[in-house]
Design a protein around this ligand. Structure first.
Ligand code: UD1
Ligand code: CA
Length: 480
């Protein structure tokens, strides 16, 4: 920006149409709160000062805004008497902080997550270049109901904004609407705010009345039409929330495709705003990448996989998996049907296979847990192989304990490791072993006693059943 810029973000309204315990602007779109999206766009314009006006549920909204933008100034609007009242409170907070804003003041709403920084910047620049007292970011819409209409004279000059409830039938037919985003010359705004009245249909102080005031003072006003009206659309209910989420997702998915990611089915691929992907990643249908997930190049994810806050290494393959806070090494294979819980790490070239659940498990390079297992609170050294159907019994009913399996160990199918227990490097266990005591390096653990067969048991104990009949027939055939 050329001159000094202050941005006011209005976030005091209640959002009753959301019918939610959660304040409207805290609802997430692509994994980030609506107000978080607006603040991110605002920050990219590099204003000198950001002021957020909070009111409803400010105990939640205020700290949330401060966590995202610690230097933002919070202004409290106890009761919502309109956008003009909210901006006055914001300007008073700036003055109370000992600052005298000069240059341009931009006003935006916290419930327009699709707003892009480039649009804000262009708008502010045009406002400054035209040396206006007020500029309106306007939009042409098919159905203008509910919006303030931009009223122009015969020469096409902007005369003012008329709110729906105060408009004549002729004004209501106007399809050019006020998006709500306005730019002001700071000195004009400071003078105009105390002059606003609430003598209107809603009994509110309308910020939009500043346009009339500027005209009366013989100052320049104007409107800048935004081509992509969706960017300024506010979210008022859950239907709009879903629609906005879809548009946001389309934007994010398109951006990653442009950056070299293959997305087989954009319509069923959901990527949160803070996810990072790399070139030549492939996403198959039904993939959700959430939170702070990072996927390195050449990895193939999906189909039907959800990963939240996961790191997936280069060339890894993750199939039909649900993962959270897991780190998967390069070239590793996961799934199909794996459940990676927090604290899972899998080394380079390792495997977490079919119907395997892992939690707080560090599985080394090249180590494999291929089938039907639960691995909780465990370390498995590099190159080790865990047999099918193994349970790491980490919980004794009171406390959780760890199991440590060394390097290049080979454990048999259907083992139970009763933690705390350690299996040494290069050790092994026989099928069906219940490992209760440590296994020294290189040893083979066998826990079951020798097998005992009770002859003709079924014939007496299961007499009269199909089992007994089958046994009798087989024995007869042998005896004949
Ligand atoms: C406002 C505009 C209207 C515009 C529309 C775009 C005014 C008078 N009208 O109307 O021209 O077409 O937005 O969506 O400005 N807010 C506060 N404190 C208040 C009042 C509002 O923080 O006292 C916040 C709300 O939380 C909301 C925004 O300001 O984010 C707009 O308020 P809202 O009451 O929805 O204004 P509209 O009647 O929709
Ligand atoms: Ca509104």
């Amino acid at each position: 920006m050329s001159g000094e810029l202050t941005v006011i973000v209005l976030a005091a309204g209640g959002g009753t149409r959301m019918k939610s315990k959660t304040m409207k602007v805290l609802h997430p779109v692509a994994g980030r709160s609506m107000v978080g999206h607006v603040l991110a766009a605002v920050q990219q314009v590099e204003p000198r000062r950001i002021v957020a006006v909070v009111g409803h549920q400010r105990d939640q909204v205020g700290p949330h805004i401060h966590a995202l933008v610690p230097e933002a100034l919070l202004a409290t609007q106890e009761e919502q008497h309109g956008t003009g009242h909210a901006v006055r409170i914001a300007m008073e907070a700036v003055a109370a902080a000992g600052e005298v804003p000069g240059g341009t003041v931009l006003v935006a709403y916290a419930d327009t997550p699709l707003l892009e920084a480039a649009s804000l910047r262009r708008f502010a620049e045009e406002h400054e270049a035209a040396q206006r007292a007020v500029s309106i970011l306007s939009g042409m819409v098919a159905d203008p109901s509910g919006y303030g209409r931009v009223v122009r004279n015969e020469d096409g000059e902007v005369e003012g904004i008329v709110e729906e409830q105060d408009a004549t039938d002729e004004q209501r037919a106007v399809r050019e609407i006020n998006s709500g985003i306005l730019a002001f010359d700071a000195a004009f705004l400071i003078e105009a705010l105390p002059k606003l009245s609430n003598d209107n249909a809603k009994g509110e102080y309308y910020l939009t009345d500043t346009v009339h005031l500027a005209r009366e003072a013989g100052l320049h006003v104007g409107a800048h039409e935004i081509a992509d009206v969706m960017q300024t659309e506010g979210v008022n209910d859950r239907v709009q929330l879903a629609r906005t989420g879809r548009v946001m997702n389309e934007r994010i998915v398109t951006r990653w495709m442009e950056a070299g990611v293959s997305v087989m089915d954009p319509a069923t691929t959901w990527i949160d705003a803070d996810v990072v992907l790399n070139p030549d990643v492939t996403l198959l249908p039904g993939v959700q990448l959430l939170g702070a997930t990072v996927v390195e190049e050449d990895a193939v994810i999906g189909p039907d996989t959800t990963l939240k806050d996961c790191e997936i290494g280069a060339g890894a393959r993750v199939i039909r998996t649900h993962g959270e806070l897991a780190v998967i090494g390069g070239g590793a294979k996961v799934g199909p049907f794996a459940y990676l819980r927090p604290g899972t790490t899998l080394g380079i070239g390792g495997k977490i296979g079919t119907f395997v659940e892992t939690k707080n498990a560090q599985i080394g390079d090249g180590a494999k847990v291929p089938h039907l297992s639960y691995v909780g609170d465990a370390v498995i050294g590099e190159g080790s192989n865990i047999g099918a159907g193994t349970v790491f019994a980490n919980y004794d009913g009171a406390e959780k304990h760890r199991t440590v399996v060394g390097r290049h160990a080979k454990t048999g199918a259907n083992n139970t490791f009763v933690a705390p227990v350690e299996v040494g490097d290069g050790a092994g266990t026989a099928g069906g072993t219940v490992v209760r005591r440590d296994v020294p390096p290189g040893a083979l653990a066998v826990s079951g006693g020798p097998q005992r067969n009770l002859p003709r048991w079924a014939l007496t104990k299961r007499a009269g059943t199909a089992q007994a009949d089958a046994a009798a027939a087989a024995l007869e055939a042998v005896e004949d």
